[in-house]
Design a protein around this ligand. Sequence first.
Ligand SMILES: [Zn+2]
Length: 82
Amino acid sequence: MEATNLICDICNKRIHFGSPYIALCYNIEHMERDHVRQTDFVNVITSDQIITMCGKCGNKRNAAATKAVLENSFNLTHPRLN
Ligand SMILES: [Zn+2]
């Protein structure tokens, strides 16, 4: 994805450089432990930006509502596919 040419997936308007936007990403990651520093960290293997919203569209939604939609969608999936 070209960062300077972002398009809102909801209203299809261009997101201008410097404007805030919302990005939903699908990450494949795993946790690791740094035994020397005694800290845990997350290593992101891949990251796909799956939905981009301009500030106006993003402000009509919030993280909790988006999470509920995704959880509901995944729960509707046939159990054999999970
Ligand atoms: Zn928009």
